[in-house]
Design a protein around this ligand. Sequence first.
Ligand SMILES: CC(C)=CCNc1ncnc2c1ncn2[C@@H]1O[C@H](COP(=O)(O)O)[C@@H](O)[C@H]1O
Length: 229
Amino acid sequence: MTIKRRITADERLLDVAHREEWKQKAAWRVMKIQAEFVEGFDTLEAAELGNAVGVYGSARTGVDGDEYKLGIELGRKLGEAGFSVITGGGPGAMEAANRGAADAGVKSVGLGIELPFEQGINPYVDIQLDFHYFFVRKVMFLKYSCGFCALPGGYGTMDELFESLTLVQTEKVGKFPIALIGVDYWGGLVEWLRSAMVREGKISPDDVNLLLVTDDLDEAVEHMKRGRE
Ligand SMILES: CC(C)=CCNc1ncnc2c1ncn2[C@@H]1O[C@H](COP(=O)(O)O)[C@@H](O)[C@H]1O
């Protein structure tokens, strides 16, 4: 099946090719962005998520592999520990974590995003939001989670991870545990943080300790409990 490419709201806002259109419709777009914030806050306040953990991870994780099983297990263990689970609502690792949360009977949230090639929200989400703008969606992740777990992922996962890390490092958010699940996958990145960023003085040695890197899901869940109210 071929999926038709569509122009997204983010693209219209950011792409220089749409500058003329932006000039004419700037005020309307700002209102649309505002409406997206209002809708997000309203829905997630009404959802009464309690303590929730954001789970990031690849949209491309296959349903038949060990990584997908790991995602289900993580969602389930977080749920059993009393956390709601928030993901991007897409396929792969997001779907796995939502599935585990649904198995555990806790609230399973999907912050969906409009993309040029729409994939749709995964079926294990019970509270669904659909965003046009990545930046609005990121605020929701951060406002309604008390910690994050990152399963192996690509650029999208990195973006979400480093946004969270920057906010913790700059003390914009307080206690906010972050766990990277998968020593083999993440070990090289953490090694590079030490050998390049710390060595060149771009971050302090303690900044690396803002990340827990583990294969042990129980350890990750215990770590998340440090972010609870
Ligand atoms: C196969 C494909 C491109 C599907 C896209 N469908 C998606 N649906 C929802 N969130 C997404 C999607 N792609 C990326 N993201 C966001 O970026 C992260 C995954 O990006 P990546 O696959 O690691 O880089 C997720 O945590 C999610 O919040």
